[in-house]
Design a protein around this ligand. Structure first.
Ligand code: MN
Length: 233
């Protein structure tokens, strides 16, 4: 086959302990999946079913990284998240049948233009401009599930310039990973290469140029992202 323009590069993330890569197909993100974060965003965590949004596959950036301060925002926020890498196709599977879909886990950041997200909420518009911008998903290496075992518990944390801002535990997910994967699979086919960002604990906040974000999940190493100079106007 010949394409009439250069074909896009396959987006991918690193795989821990090897030079191999994990190809990224789509990035699904869940909103408000820790009770304390739902409350800080003004919502009652007991009253809403989970909802999803997406980022483009090429929003991923290997860490450590310096990412530009993105355009059209004055309120760029960090959100530390456990990321699940999907290794098998699945359609409408029960929560009990989702373990075998998991290829591995990584630590990721769901970077958010909070002001654009908020105005989208206020106007009943899609979240894309707040969530799905360039380089909005810095991601550490995938740790293969064969090495980690299934992860349903463990500390998740984030610091800015060495000061802790977010801390939680994977065990506190309102919708645990089996439920998330089952719910997603009932709406569309999960496919190899899909990433699922599982939500962020309380303590989200702004970063500015020069800030150094560090974060991690127990057993998955730490990531570091520096906020660089503003890109564009
Ligand atoms: Mn998030």
């Amino acid at each position: 086959m010949t394409f009439i323009i250069p074909a896009p590069e396959q987006a991918s993330i690193a795989v821990d302990g090897t030079n191999d890569r994990f190809p990224v197909r789509r990035i699904f993100c869940v909103g408000r999946n820790y009770a304390a974060h739902a409350r800080e965003m003004g919502k009652d965590p007991d009253r809403e079913p989970p909802f999803f949004f997406t980022k483009p596959a090429d929003a991923v950036v290997d860490t450590p990284a310096t990412i530009p301060y993105p355009p059209e925002t004055a309120n760029l926020h960090y959100e530390i998240e456990l990321v699940v890498g999907i290794g098998k196709q699945a359609f409408q599977v029960a929560p009990e049948a989702t373990d075998e879909l998991i290829a591995g886990y990584a630590v990721g950041l769901d970077m958010t233009r909070r002001d654009l997200q908020q105005s989208a909420k206020d106007m009943g518009r899609p979240w894309d401009w707040g969530k799905a911008f360039d380089q909005s998903a810095p991601c550490g290496p995938l740790y293969r599930v064969a090495d980690t075992g299934l992860i349903n518990t463990g500390r998740i944390w984030l610091s800015v310039n060495g000061e802790q801002r977010q801390v939680g535990d994977i065990a506190d997910l309102i919708w645990p990973i089996p439920e998330l994967l089952s719910l997603l699979s009932h709406s569309m086919r999960l496919m190899p290469g899909d990433l699922v960002m599982t939500g962020t604990p309380a303590g989200v906040g702004p970063v500015v140029t020069g800030d150094v974000i560090t974060g991690g999940v127990a057993g998955l190493g730490d990531i570091e992202v520096v906020i660089g100079a503003a890109e564009g106007s």
